[in-house]
Design a binder for this molecule. Structure first.
Ligand code: SAM
Length: 386
């Protein structure tokens, strides 16, 4: 997140930055355009866009792929602590919160003179609270769990980019997944994968190793136009001064009006672990999509298609967090055999973070995307089972 000074000063409208998992920048940019935003630049892990505050609320509520929406406020070079302190203190933070509210500063530093990110975070926090004390006689306290204002500081080659958070909890936390199996996909990554497949929202999807059901739940929410943030009670922007309740009501009502109540589409999830399936069912209920998703216990060895034609999208275990490699090799071989014999004519998309296991499928991919599941680089591969 590096913003040029001219960009910071030159534009009338406030600008924002939507971050996302690496590999999802293109779907995110397209989504922002669909939401009526004006993207103007991108980095490896997000998109800059112009809008007003109401637009910011709208993106927080409706973006399926964003992790967080930030509002960049400052960009400056600094080599010493005093320079950093003075640059922060010059900016008026009292316009965001009152002194009785709480703050948190989050810093990350790369290739810079001020190397210690905890020190950088502390200096920024000191500059902010000193400013409050001088202006109001009071200072905000620090709350690292649920602050009213989070300030993000990113330092790269001595350039400081400072932004305030507008999301609060990360946007992948939709609120329906209270329970998960061992290696769940983040909800926004699951939604991004669906987008990368070009899914038409009409074709049945089968997830043969569905875990807590994230891919299918996200798919059904898309098909029913359920806004991903509509279950959340709280967003960061609600804690900021000047929060416009009427604008938020407009944005929320517009999203609720767009929901579709029913569909002929059905989705199918299988897993060989009964306990994790129970969690998937509870999650789907909370998301309000359970009547359209069938979850059943099943092993990939014996799986047969529940419908004549559809698309398989799945995230098999890949070793980094689950199971041991030898067992997993068998799972991938069995899965491949099932696909070749039972799923002729289907499109199959597999996300895996383990190249060797992917090799065990002995299938030739016709498309390949690189996406990041947390810090794990994964391949998302398309196989056409002709
Ligand atoms: C990485 S997890 C899937 C996570 C899921 N996408 C989510 O978001 O919760 C892989 C799942 O494959 C299941 N699994 C492993 N071996 C299987 C097999 N032979 N047949 C069916 N499911 C299997 C595991 O129980 C696990 O829930």
């Amino acid at each position: 997140m590096v913003v040029t000074q001219s960009r910071m000063k030159g534009m009338g409208m406030p600008q924002f930055f939507a971050s996302c998992p690496k590999g999802l920048v293109e779907p995110l940019e397209a989504e922002l355009k669909d939401l009526g935003m004006q993207p103007y630049d991108r980095s490896q892990n997000g998109v800059f866009f112009d809008t007003n505050w109401e637009g910011c609320y709208k993106v927080n509520l409706n973006s399926r792929f964003a992790s967080r929406i930030l509002k960049p406020i400052l960009s400056f070079p600094a080599y010493q602590a005093e320079e950093l302190y003075n640059n922060i203190k010059k900016h008026d933070f009292t316009k965001y919160i009152d002194a009785h509210q709480t703050i948190k500063v989050d810093a990350s530093v790369k290739e810079s003179m001020l190397k210690d990110q905890r020190f950088v975070a502390m200096k920024v926090k000191d500059a902010i609270v000193d400013q409050f004390r001088e202006k109001t006689g009071e200072r905000p306290s620090v709350d690292n769990e649920r602050p009213d204002l989070t300030v993000y500081v990113k330092v790269y080659k001595n350039r400081f980019s400072v932004a305030i958070d507008t999301s609060g909890d990360s946007l992948f936390m939709r609120g329906y997944r209270l329970e998960a199996g061992e290696a769940p996909l983040k909800e926004n990554l699951a939604a991004g994968l669906l987008q990368l497949t070009g899914w038409d929202m009409k074709t049945p999807i089968v997830d043969p190793m569905c875990g807590s059901g994230t891919i299918l739940i996200e798919a059904m929410m898309m098909a029913l136009h359920i806004a991903p943030g509509s279950m959340r009670k709280r967003f960061g922007f609600m804690r900021l001064k000047g929060f416009d309740q009427e604008a938020w009501d407009r944005v929320l009502n517009e999203a609720l009006d767009a929901e579709v109540e029913t569909t002929d589409l059905h989705l199918y999830g299988y897993d060989n672990d009964r306990r994790v399936l129970m969690k998937a069912i509870e999650n789907a209920k909370r998301a309000g999509v359970n009547e359209f998703i069938q979850f059943k216990k099943g092993n990939v060895v014996t799986l047969v298609p529940p419908v004549e034609k559809g698309i398989v999208i799945t995230n098999p275990p890949y070793g980094a967090r689950l199971g041991d490699e030898d067992n997993l090799r068998d799972v991938y071989r069995d899965f491949s055999h099932t696909l070749k014999t039972q799923f002729k004519g289907w499109d199959v998309w597999i996300l895996s973070g383990n190249k060797d296991l992917i090799g065990d499928l002995k299938l030739k991919a016709s498309r390949k995307h690189f996406v990041y599941n947390g810090s794990i680089e994964c391949r998302f591969l398309r196989y056409e089972m002709r």
